[in-house]
Design a protein around this ligand. Structure first.
Ligand SMILES: *Cc1c(COP(=O)(O)O)cnc(C)c1O
Length: 429
């Protein structure tokens, strides 16, 4: 083959994989093993010293998981990736080398409910803190950055509100203040949005969602752009200063653009143990093979369903950024040119009670705390995923009491609409 870059549809099937060297198996085998036999004592020592790359123990690396890491890194345009046990694990693993007691991360108010809880409460136990800011107010984001800030964090298409972050502007701001930008690209996937092209240093995913796509396994991933100069910054000693557990090795000096990736495996997975298992990697690899096909249909269906809902009398508001009426519609072309995803919220005129009746009356939709499945899903965020938030946080996150969140699947759009129609009739009956 020539050097011409391959397209997304090709890479989602082939990147990172090759016929199994031992058996010729065409599909990536599930390497269901805990440990790997060393060639001899010298080989073992070299692996433990990070002088040679290879497999030691599946808490750190596993060949099935390694294929998935390379596949996602390639699709995002990164140099490497670390997979872990869930999207929430990926967020902790992304922050772990950057933060320390007393340090903070500047984050968007528009985030997945579980992330708001993780950032506003749980990370405090590590002595870290998060400063929540409206990312449409660039001056406020910049003003929130102080000497202890170590990262900026947002979602590309924010869950659950149909909000699109102005990634080119936030990327430029992160570069200006010299901090890594971490973008959660779960709702968009690399097919719709490529945050690294807008200046993201790290991209995190809940692979549980669209990347796997079939609702079978939880997983997470951190993609490393390889573009941040950790040593020059002076703010990231874990990556630039000698690591005692590896005889004073400096990750930035030894691994260059792959410093974050190697640290994530050799220190993050080694000590935090939030490892993805090879079965989960297998299901996610199966899902990614059809990612572009699914995302195209998700977007087409979401457009049809959102447009139908918007003209219905029983509906107060639809927040799909793909609709011309959305205040974020103008960002689609620059941030997610292939479409605004398939996740949006709907405010019902009947308020909280109508939302609960709607959820209970739907037949094709499943009432679950998940998104990004081939199946259409619904949840009433205020009584479930966003329950732990204050009313102000609920509204800020787009999860007010009269709002339901839809994750539009890849069934026939007409069937999805018919199901909503009959359930809305009952909710307003
Ligand atoms: C689901 C989700 C998470 C958390 O991922 P898990 O795999 O459930 O831990 C984080 N961010 C977003 C945008 C999500 O949708």
């Amino acid at each position: 083959m020539t050097d011409r870059p391959m397209g997304f549809d090709t890479l989602q099937i082939h990147a990172g994989a090759r016929p199994d060297p031992a058996t010729g198996a065409r599909q990536t085998p599930i390497y269901q093993t805990t440990a790997y036999v060393f060639r001899d004592a010298e080989h073992a020592a070299a692996l433990f010293n990070l002088q040679e790359v290879g497999y030691i123990y599946s808490r750190l690396t596993n060949p099935t998981v390694a294929v998935l890491q390379e596949r996602i890194a390639t699709l995002e345009g990164g140099v490497g990736a670390v997979c872990c046990s869930s999207g929430h694990a990926a967020q902790i693993m992304a922050l772990f080398p950057l933060m320390g007691p007393g340090r903070n991360v500047v984050v968007s108010t528009r985030l997945y409910g579980g992330t708001v809880t993780q950032f506003s409460q749980t990370i405090r136990r590590f002595g870290w803190s998060a400063k929540f800011v409206d990312f449409d107010d660039l001056a406020a984001v910049e003003a929130a950055v102080d000497d202890d800030t170590r990262a900026i964090f947002c979602e590309s298409i924010a869950n659950p509100g149909g909000y699109i972050t102005d990634l080119p502007a936030i990327g430029a701001l992160a570069a200006k203040v010299g901090l890594p930008l971490i973008v959660d690209n779960t709702s968009a996937t690399p097919y719709l949005c490529r945050p690294i092209e807008h200046g993201a240093t790290l991209v995190v995913h809940s692979t549980t969602k669209y990347l796997t796509g079939n609702g079978t396994v939880t997983g997470g991933c951190i993609v490393d752009s390889g573009k941040f100069d950790w040593a020059a910054s002076g703010k990231f000693p874990s990556l630039s200063e000698p690591e005692p557990a590896y005889h004073g090795l400096k990750f930035a000096e030894t691994f260059g653009p792959l410093a974050f990736t190697f640290h994530g495996i050799a220190v993050g997975l080694r000590d935090l143990g939030m490892t993805m298992n090879p079965q989960a990697a297998h299901y996610t690899l199966m899902g990614i093979e059809t990612l572009s096909l699914r995302m195209e249909r998700h977007v087409q269906n979401a457009m049809k369903v959102a447009a139908w809902l918007e003209q219905d009398d029983r509906i107060e508001k639809v927040t799909y950024a793909g609709l011309p009426s959305s205040p974020y519609n103008h960002r689609v072309a620059s941030v997610c040119p292939k479409g605004a995803g398939a996740l949006f919220t709907v405010a019902l005129k009947g308020g909280y009670d109508a939302c609960v009746k709607l959820v209970d009356s739907l037949e094709l939709f499943s009432h679950v705390a998940n998104l990004g499945d081939t199946r259409s899903l619904i949840i009433h965020s205020a009584s479930t995923t966003h329950r732990q938030l204050t009313p102000e946080q609920q509204v800020a996150a787009g999860a007010a009491p009269n709002v339901v969140r839809l994750s539009i699947g890849i069934e026939d759009a007409d069937d999805i609409i018919a199901d909503l129609d009959q359930a809305l009739a009952k909710a307003h009956g």
